[in-house]
Design a protein around this ligand. Structure first.
Ligand SMILES: Cc1cc2nc3c(=O)[nH]c(=O)nc-3n(C[C@H](O)[C@H](O)[C@H](O)COP(=O)(O)OP(=O)(O)OC[C@H]3O[C@@H](n4cnc5c(N)ncnc54)[C@H](O)[C@@H]3O)c2cc1C
Length: 172
């Protein structure tokens, strides 16, 4: 992929009131980085710095459900990566949106909940990555999820921090 044409990353940091010495520095306040920093900082004796290249997540399009199309069109919120010209697409370059904001791509995504197919995980494990089979990762999916729509399912969690549900208003 080609770069988004940006200069050096503008650092938005919120330093701890204890100074600038940290036990952990998490670079990238995206989906994974925010969860990691949040979990690490549950231990009150641990100091965590979370560093993000993009701005804070204040833009209204981030907070309007399904405003993904509008959010990715904001240059400040998107790294604006492009593929190299694709020979099988008549030489066109294709945009690859990636969040450049606190929350990362999770701040500009479609809010659709889905998991990888079980065979994807099993293939990763078979390729020499112990612990990545579907059976082994499923407990972590269950732990992260609070699913309102499948209260009895053993494949869905019910006490995690991430709420999941079918859309309320269905248009026939
Ligand atoms: C338009 C769009 C729609 C999507 N829709 C869905 C959906 O409906 N459902 C779904 O499950 N998934 C969806 N996804 C995918 C999902 O959002 C991503 O898989 C997920 O957010 C990736 O998380 P991550 O932590 O790996 O990376 P990101 O969330 O992208 O986080 C990376 C962070 O690191 C920062 N960063 C990078 N380099 C530096 C640096 N040098 N210094 C400081 N900070 C840096 C970035 O700015 C960014 O904030 C969508 C993604 C996009 C872009």
């Amino acid at each position: 992929m080609g770069g988004g044409g940006r200069g050096p990353a503008r650092m938005v940091t919120r330093m701890s009131e204890h100074g600038d010495v940290f036990d952990y520095v998490v670079v990238g306040a995206g989906t994974a980085g925010c969860v990691l920093a949040s979990r690490l900082s549950e231990d009150r004796d641990v100091r965590v710095a979370l560093i993000e290249a993009g701005p804070m997540d204040r833009h209204p399009f981030i907070h309007i459900p399904a405003a993904v199309g509008a959010a990715i069109s904001r240059p400040k919120l998107n790294w604006r990566f492009m593929t190299v010209p694709q020979p099988h697409l008549s030489g066109r370059s294709i945009p690859i949106p990636r969040g450049h904001v606190v929350g990362g791509s999770g701040s500009i995504n479609g809010m659709v909940y889905f998991r990888g197919h079980p065979t994807d995980f099993d293939d990763w494990a078979a390729a020499g990555n112990p612990g990545w089979s579907y059976r082994e990762v499923l407990p972590y999916f269950l732990r992260s999820e609070n699913n309102e729509s499948y209260p009895d399912s053993v494949y869905h969690g019910h006490s995690g921090l991430m709420n999941v549900m079918h859309i309320r208003g269905r248009i026939p």
